[in-house]
Design a binder for this molecule. Structure first.
Ligand SMILES: Nc1ncnc2c1ncn2[C@@H]1O[C@H](COP(=O)(O)OP(=O)(O)OP(=O)(O)O)[C@@H](O)[C@H]1O
Length: 464
């Protein structure tokens, strides 16, 4: 069981009970997907149940007005119970006073009948974070982005976090909304979304603490600088994970969350090659969260941005669908959205790939790292067809994210069926486009020697 950082939080006993149920629900979900961990999870569940019982007894004796303080030092079990489902919150004050370097959110309940109270959803001290990154040591630097530098952090109990340290010039004119938004985002839990643990201010330092995902980002995998090269089946799994995550954001409560910056470097990869979407909602943090669409500033990354949004400055969920279309093309071609060193007609990857698709030459757009076989070639064509719909110039013509996920399920299903019938000896869950992957590692970047894969000849310029 992966360790996660510890919160100190205040909440009613009922809420705590609810969250213990939430823990169990999450565990059940994981258990379904990963039967190997079932017995470990069973013990975990028992431990959580026990904690809930002890906690209730504790509260009976410790009741203090309308809220309770829980100092929970057992970090192992806390990440899933820290969040408090509250659809309407108003962050009314911050506790980051001169004397305190700890972050804490306070809020009052929107439903007036309940006693308003204070709630801290998590608590890291600056000192703890500073120490966890070995004083922001360059050795712990794992990335650079628009917000600042990202560090790997190891907390006292050994659990890992990613620490995003803002550049000095990051100043938020709407600090209150910024914190409100961070609070909302910290409530969101989905297996394919990188969990946001909290936000910390200390002097000029602004720090966001998020779940650590340890196997690099999708772009690094596509570039071959991480892992062993992604198989077709693995790429389809990742595409589905991403589609699930975005669908969840778009359908989240009453207020859809638009990611605004879907791109391969924002898709983090776990050791088991599951995808987790990072930075959701971050791009809108400095905007007015009450607006129905955001029209003040264009945000996003060149090559992924919806042309309609660029024209109208009106952001909707369909802008994410467009970026997802770019990502799909990236995943099957292996190319970056913009490749300045290519011949002119190939520089914008989506334009080139769609031209190939329309000419019936989709196979030429296929990532040369992918092994060619009938199932993988068919899957590439189908993914490009879906991408074509996502990339429709007008947002009305783009499918909703949920439909994209469904289409991808179908593509994966037929890919698996076809590879299983080609290779009946393989287990059904095997992503079998690289059936002899270990044996043939050296051929990953080209066409297989095996005759059955030789029927497609790929021009040299595509393989380079
Ligand atoms: N939670 C995390 N766990 C592990 N690595 C991370 C995590 N978050 C970010 N990284 C790494 O740090 C890199 C930079 O992340 P960051 O989100 O700051 O920038 P970006 O999304 O790549 O770019 P930009 O902010 O300009 O859009 C990522 O590409 C990823 O490799």
């Amino acid at each position: 069981m992966k360790k996660t950082p510890s919160p100190k939080f205040q909440q009613s006993s009922q809420r705590k009970q609810n969250h213990n149920h939430q823990v169990l629900a999450t565990v059940n979900d994981e258990e379904r997907h990963n039967p190997k961990t079932a017995s470990a999870l069973k013990s975990f569940k028992n431990a959580v149940k026990k904690c809930a019982q002890i906690f209730s007894l504790f509260l009976l004796g410790k009741r203090k007005s309308a809220s309770y303080v829980v100092e929970n030092d057992d970090r192992k079990y806390t990440s899933k119970v820290r969040g408090v489902a509250s659809s309407s919150t108003d962050l009314s004050s911050e506790s980051n006073t001169k004397n305190s370097s700890k972050w804490k959110f306070s809020y009052s309940y929107a439903s007036s009948s309940t006693a308003s109270g204070q709630l801290g959803i998590g608590n890291f001290s600056f000192e703890e974070i500073y120490k966890s990154t070995a004083k922001f040591s360059p050795d712990n630097e794992i990335g650079q982005g628009g917000f600042g530098t990202v560090y790997r952090g190891k907390l006292n109990d050994g659990s890992m976090v990613a620490v995003k340290r803002a550049k000095k010039e990051v100043i938020h004119s709407h600090l209150h909304e910024f914190k409100n938004e961070i609070y909302t985002l910290s409530q969101i839990e989905h297996r394919n979304l990188v969990r946001l643990y909290g936000y910390l201010e200390h002097g000029n330092e602004k720090i966001i603490v998020v779940e650590y995902v340890g196997n690099g980002n999708l772009r690094e995998h596509l570039d071959g600088i991480r892992g062993e090269g992604l198989e077709m089946g693995e790429r389809l799994d990742i595409a589905i994970d991403v589609a699930h995550a975005i669908t969840y954001l778009h359908m989240y409560a009453d207020n859809p969350i638009i990611h605004r910056d879907i791109k391969a470097s924002n898709i983090l990869v776990t050791e088991n090659l599951k995808a987790k979407v990072a930075d959701f909602g971050f791009a809108r943090l400095s905007d007015d969260p009450t607006a129905t669409h955001i029209s003040t500033q264009v945000k996003g990354t060149a090559g992924y941005m919806d042309p309609e949004y660029l024209r109208t400055y009106q952001l909707t969920e369909k802008s994410d669908v467009y970026s997802f279309g770019v990502l799909l093309v990236e995943m099957v071609t292996g190319r970056h959205p913009i490749e300045p060193k290519r011949p002119l007609d190939e520089r914008v990857t989506i334009r080139w790939a769609m031209k190939m698709l329309k000419q019936g030459d989709a196979v030429f757009a296929m990532d040369p790292r992918l092994r060619r076989n009938p199932a993988s070639i068919k899957a590439v064509k189908q993914v490009l067809k879906l991408a074509l719909q996502c990339l429709a110039p007008l947002k009305q013509s783009r499918p909703p994210m949920k439909n994209c996920a469904e289409v991808l399920w179908e593509i994966r299903k037929s890919f698996r069926d076809e590879t299983d019938s080609d290779h009946p000896s393989l287990p059904s869950h095997h992503s079998a486009d690289f059936p002899q992957r270990e044996k043939n590692k050296h051929t990953v970047f080209g066409i297989e020697d095996d005759d059955s894969y030789k029927f497609v000849s790929v021009p040299n310029h595509i393989r380079s």
